[in-house]
Write a protein that binds this ligand. Structure first.
Ligand code: PEP
Ligand code: MN
Length: 315
């Protein structure tokens, strides 16, 4: 991509204008939450909203562990039409009720232009999934929705195409775009996708938009979420979006990659240490971040002995 004449104009500001060091402009989500500042922001929750109780339990846990956003899909883009498609509008109602009870803001996917108004009434952040990154009608509609947009990179999209997708949202009036690297399709079969760590650094150079990383969909395996999370923070990610489920083996979607509550708490604690080493912070309500980061205890941050699996889910 050319530095002198970027095809993306809005997504490139102000880096290209000033020719200065990469500069991220925080995106305001609520009065008390922004993404892209010194705090590494964590979104967490189940792949799909499967019911009220499981979402409430998930929200309570991830919030207590330090997450600032609750994730969960009501409308699910499944590779197979016979797989669970999400609870739809009922899932949105459940999400709103859980947000009211816990106070945690919510990020959820919008699949279709016809859903934008309904989802925007409830969501604090509108998620565009990888499969929809170049749904230009949807992107334009989200430009007019009045809510921040979490734009996930398509599995086969180049960084420049991700930025042009962001440009579609911005050119239609919405500059609150957060980018998400979630793994790309490569020849590798040991993981579901390949987390493109380089893309984090490239994006931080090319745009002022904040960058989140999704280690869950990238690796497709719960045992990879810890190392990929730590690598993402070290590479400069402004936050993570992580799948967490009260009982992962019973999950109706993405069972292999969802973390238990306990595993998620561990990821939060180790992530805080890496964030601290990178002059950033992670909010840990029940742990002092500085104390955790300065701990002299030396232990591997994740279990290197766990055997690799030979099968990776595709749906
Ligand atoms: C998701 O986050 O629920 C999801 C479907 O992810 P992706 O669009 O990255 O596959
Ligand atoms: Mn999922």
């Amino acid at each position: 991509m050319s530095r002198s004449t970027p095809e993306y104009i809005l997504a490139a500001l102000p880096t290209h204008q000033t020719a200065s060091l990469p500069h991220t402009r925080p995106v305001r989500v609520t009065d008390t939450l922004s993404i892209g500042g010194s705090e590494v922001v964590i979104a967490a929750g189940p792949c799909s909203i499967e019911g009220f109780d499981m979402l409430l339990a998930s929200a309570r846990h991830v919030k207590a562990a330090g997450a600032s956003l609750l994730r969960g899909g009501a409308f699910k883009p499944r590779t197979s039409p016979y797989a669970f498609q999400g609870l739809g509008d009922e899932g949105l109602v459940i999400m709103a009720e859980v947000r009211d009870r816990t106070g945690i803001p919510i990020v959820t996917e919008v699949l279709d232009t016809r859903q934008v108004d309904r989802v925007a009434q409830i969501a604090d952040v509108m998620q565009v999934g990888a499969r929809n990154m170049q749904n230009f009608a949807l992107l334009a509609e989200l430009g007019r929705c009045g809510k921040p947009v979490l734009l996930k990179r398509g599995a086969s999209a180049r960084v420049a195409e991700l930025l042009l997708a962001a440009e579609h949202v911005m050119a239609n009036g919405n500059d609150r775009v957060i980018l998400c690297e979630r793994g790309i399709r490569t020849f590798e079969t040991g993981t579901r996708y390949t987390l493109d760590i380089s893309a984090i650094a490239v994006l931080k150079h090319e745009t002022h938009l904040p960058v989140l990383v999704d280690p869950s969909h990238a690796g497709g395996r719960s045992d990879l979420v810890m190392p990929l999370s730590l690598a993402a923070i070290a590479a400069g990610a402004d936050g993570l979006i992580i799948e967490v489920h009260p009982n992962p083996p019973a999950a109706l979607s993405d069972a292999d990659q969802q973390l238990t509550f306990e595993q998620f708490s561990d990821v939060m604690k180790q992530s805080a240490r890496v964030a601290f080493a990178c002059d950033r912070t992670i909010k840990l309500p029940d742990l002092n971040t500085r104390t955790a980061a300065e701990s002299t205890e030396i232990s591997p941050p994740f279990d290197l002995r766990r055997p690799a699996r030979d099968k990776v889910a595709v749906a």
